[in-house]
Design a protein around this ligand. Structure first.
Ligand SMILES: Nc1ncnc2c1ncn2[C@@H]1O[C@H](COP(=O)(O)OP(=O)(O)O)[C@@H](O)[C@H]1O
Ligand SMILES: [Mg+2]
Length: 470
């Protein structure tokens, strides 16, 4: 079994899952980082404004001394988790929010940044703030104007690692969730694909067994889905194949059997004539038997060919309108010799003087001949045969009944098969090959009509429908 399907599905779905979750993770990460930096930035901007207005300007208005300013900055530093610097209009840092920030006191902020503030703009940046910090920071800068005069500014630095740590926690959780659900999805996928690929493998194995000639192989798959349906169809197919194979065997066995006995007797008689075992005055008699046997063989071959032609769809029903009573009478006359020989009573009973039917005339003749042949053949001496027509549901029904014999229920079903000869009649009536009813049935079906048989302990009746004509 090629591992193709499993591998293909597994890889395809796997790649889809990984890509899907990967993209999801990337998007989430981007969104998270944006969100954390943005919200921190917004917070810093908001407080930057407050500090500028309430605290820094208070100094220039003389309402706040430097001591109080530094205390206030210290509280804000804790609250915001950010360092705060206040600069004067030259850019010199004169107020800081923590003791370990005091190293920056007196240092100058570079001219570019001062210029931005001077023009009244805010500063928002990430980085080392002109290499003043070792770690990256998010910086927000605000200018201070007092009575329309530029007086300096406020800088708030939030350490990026702080932001990044919160972000990393959320990020780790997300990745963990994604990895976990990915693994789960992959696990479920694995079993789902196995559920498909394992039975498919079984089916293919069984197909190989069957193509090797073991038609009795059956599948036992209960997945409750299309695969089970496939297995069921497969079993049906195997059963049909088994049946065909059995038919083929029977056919060959039957045909060989039916060929052998006439061939053997022909060889016996011809051999006897050739080597003189049969005296010359008897030769004519035995040649007559040989002739009969040859005639029988030809009849069988013709019957088989005819059946084959019909079954292969090479024969079409050619329906015409004709009178049925006359046809039945004529066919009956053909059996006159055998009827008088067996002393049979014949009863004719037509529901009307003339019955116009619509059917294939040649086939109708053949059907009636075959049925009459059986009736005459299987009725004992002094028995009776009755031919009857009746009308039912716009159809003509022809019934041919013979007395003194019966067919059991089982045989009523099987007697239509080719080569079927009734057990009681086999061997006794040498002249039949069991093809007659098979041909009759095919011809009736070809004309879209029906045929059936019924029997009791002392009669057999075959009935068939014929379409009415105008
Ligand atoms: N009218 C009948 N009466 C009794 N048995 C019949 C009758 N018609 C058919 N059968 C049974 O059905 C079998 C098959 O008939 P058929 O196909 O005509 O073959 P065949 O006539 O060559 O034996 C016969 O061998 C016989 O056992
Ligand atoms: Mg027959």
């Amino acid at each position: 079994m090629k591992k193709g399907i499993f591998k293909k599905l597994f890889i395809t779905y796997g790649v889809t899952i990984i890509l899907g979750f990967g993209i999801l993770a990337l998007v989430l990460m981007k969104l998270f980082s944006q969100y954390f930096i943005d919200s921190k930035k917004d917070l810093l901007l908001e407080y930057g404004q407050k500090i500028t207005q309430d605290i820094a300007i208070g100094i220039y208005a003389g309402r706040l001394d430097r001591q109080t300013l530094n205390e206030d900055l210290k509280v804000l530093d804790k609250f915001l988790d950010a360092r705060i610097w206040i600069i004067d209009k030259e850019g010199t840092i004169f107020g800081v929010s923590g003791t370990n920030e005091e190293q920056y006191l007196g240092q100058k902020v570079d001219g570019t940044r001062l210029g931005v503030l001077y023009r009244g703009r805010n500063i928002i940046e990430t980085g080392n703030f002109g290499s003043k910090f070792k770690e990256p920071v998010l910086t927000v800068g605000y200018p201070i104007f007092y009575e329309s005069e530029f007086e300096g500014g406020v800088f708030i630095h939030a350490a990026m690692p702080g932001i990044q740590k919160t972000f990393r926690d959320v990020y780790n959780m997300t990745v963990l969730a994604i990895v976990f659900s990915g693994l789960l999805a992959y696990g479920i996928l694995y079993f789902q694909i196995k559920r498909i690929s394992v039975p498919l493998g079984e089916i293919s194995k069984a197909a190989r067994v069957i193509s090797g000639g073991e038609f009795q192989k059956r599948l036992e798959i209960k997945t409750g889905d299309e695969i089970e349906e496939l297995a069921e169809s497969f079993n049906d197919m195997a059963e049909s194949l088994e049946k065909i194979e059995e038919n083929r065997r029977n056919f060959i066995a039957n045909i060989s059997h039916d060929l052998r006995s006439p061939m053997t007797s022909i060889r016996g008689f011809v051999g006897g004539i050739m080597d003189g075992t049969i005296p010359s005055d008897m030769q004519q008699h035995y040649l007559g038997i040989v002739m009969d046997e040859c005639q029988r063989l030809i009849k069988m071959t013709n019957g088989l060919l005819e059946l084959n032609n019909i079954q292969q769809g090479r024969v079409e029903a050619n329906k015409t309108n004709f009178e049925l009573n006359e046809l039945i009478r004529r066919k009956l006359i053909n059996f006159e010799k055998n009827i008088t020989m067996k002393n049979l009573d014949v009863l004719l009973n037509f529901y009307d003087d003339t019955t116009i039917v619509n059917a294939d005339k040649a086939m109708m003749e053949r059907v009636i001949t075959n049925l009459l042949d059986n009736a005459v053949k299987f009725t004992g001496e002094k028995g009776s045969i009755s031919l009857k027509t009746r009308e039912e549901k716009n159809k003509v029904i022809v019934e041919i009944t013979n007395t003194g014999v019966s067919i059991n229920k089982n045989e009523l079903k099987t007697m239509w098969e080719r080569f079927h000869k009734g057990d009681s009649t086999r061997g006794v009536y040498k002249s039949g090959f069991g093809l007659g009813l098979a041909i009759v049935k095919e011809m009736i079906i070809l004309q879209n009509e029906e045929i059936w048989a019924d029997s009791d302990h002392d009669y057999v009746r075959l009935s068939f429908t014929v379409g009415k004509g105008k």
